[in-house]
Design a protein around this ligand. Structure first.
Ligand code: NAP
Length: 331
């Protein structure tokens, strides 16, 4: 049989296990031009929460009663498609199913010799690309500048901080535990960190850690942490709005301080970023990330949860900060 995870109901506020359901189906058979794929690793990502709302966005919402999809690494089990051979590994936006059929559209072959399969969901996948391309297009780091990264121990944040160090910046990370702060300093070379959960005055803590002010802010969390960073930015600062996980489960959007005064006074740039708008840059970016990995300049971390049936829980755990690095399910 073949297990599939569907969206059972739309979450209200923080998602719960009851919003998901595992159903059993018959294992599918590939037709002409099709391949049978077996999921090996599933990426769970914060943005999937947005797709659980019945709202228009840059990507269509999930439908209640239908399978969730995300980036998946799968093995070709049998192939009636001349472009794919049995035993090859591919990545693509695939459904949360153990087995599924594809006509090959949107599948990318991945090379296990170059990097472990899971790296193609993290440092050499969309999260690594997000860190790299957003810093390249908006951050425009200069040696000696101060870069602050939130969600610093996570998939995007840990790579963004290391790219800051490669570019000669002073890098301060914000994360949700003392263990995570130790990790970003010891393993990823950040110069310092702030545990936002045990810090009552983030504005002051940032001013202390960033005595020369903040030149670039890589924002993965939004909300009050963004407000505190904005009070410490330098002239011509660049603020990358990459993610706002602190707001994803809110039913009512909180309002914060008005930012236009700060942006004008500091001649600062604040720009939203979506990695999907930069597909043409993926090739060169993966090459650069791969080179840094090989040279040992870039390290990566992942939290691997075993068991297909644990995919919903792994997704929920992102909102409790249970991961360091990329959160992945091993099917
Ligand atoms: P991640 O950082 O690996 O995991 C999410 C982390 O967010 C958790 O580990 C947790 O760490 C932190 N978090 C959870 N709730 C929080 C809250 N209320 N306030 C502050 N931090 C909170 O996830 P990721 O895949 O790398 O994604 C990071 C961000 O980038 C997300 O906002 C995501 O939506 C965004 N993103 C954007 C793009 C794009 O194209 N724009 C692409 C990929 C990802 P702590 O223990 O530190 O709280």
């Amino acid at each position: 049989m073949n297990q599939t995870i569907i969206l059972q109901s739309r979450p209200q506020g923080t998602p719960k296990l009851e919003n998901f359901k595992i159903i059993e189906e018959k294992k599918p058979e590939p037709g002409s031009g099709e391949v049978l794929l077996q999921a090996k690793y599933i990426s769970v990502d914060p943005y999937l929460r947005g797709r659980m709302r019945d709202e228009e966005s840059y990507i269509p919402p999930f439908k209640v009663g239908e399978p969730i999809d995300s980036m998946v690494i799968a093995e070709v089990i049998s192939s009636n498609n001349p472009n794919f051979k049995e035993g090859e590994f591919v990545s693509g936006m695939l459904q949360w199913k153990q087995f599924q059929i594809s006509n090959g559209a949107g599948l990318n072959k991945i090379d296990e010799q170059r990097a472990p399969l899971t790296a193609y969901l993290g440092v050499l996948g969309l999260t690594g690309l997000t860190a790299y391309i957003a810093l390249d297009k908006i951050g425009k780091l200069k040696s000696g500048e101060t870069l602050v990264v939130s969600g610093a121990a996570g998939a995007v944040g840990s790579v963004a901080g290391q790219i800051g160090k490669i570019n000669g910046c002073r890098v301060i990370g914000i994360a949700g535990s003392d263990e995570k702060i130790k990790k970003i300093k010891d393993d990823f070379g950040f110069d310092g960190g702030i545990n936002y959960k045990s810090t009552s005055n983030m504005k002051k803590a940032l001013a202390e850690k960033c005595s020369d002010g903040i030149d670039v802010y890589y924002d993965n969390v939004g909300g009050e942490i963004l407000d505190a960073v904005m009070q410490n930015i330098n002239d011509f600062a660049r603020i990358i709005n990459c993610g706002a996980i602190s707001l994803y489960n809110k039913e009512e959007m909180p309002t914060g301080p008005r930012l236009e005064g700060i942006l004008i006074k500091k001649s600062a740039l604040m720009q939203g970023f979506l990695v999907r708008n930069h597909v043409k840059d993926f090739g060169p970016a993966i090459n650069q990330l791969g080179t840094w990995l090989k040279e040992g300049k870039l390290k990566y971390d992942e939290t691997i949860i075993k068991g297909f049936e644990n995919t919903p829980q792994a997704f929920l755990d992102l909102f409790d900060g249970k991961n360091t690095g990329k959160m992945i399910v091993e099917v």
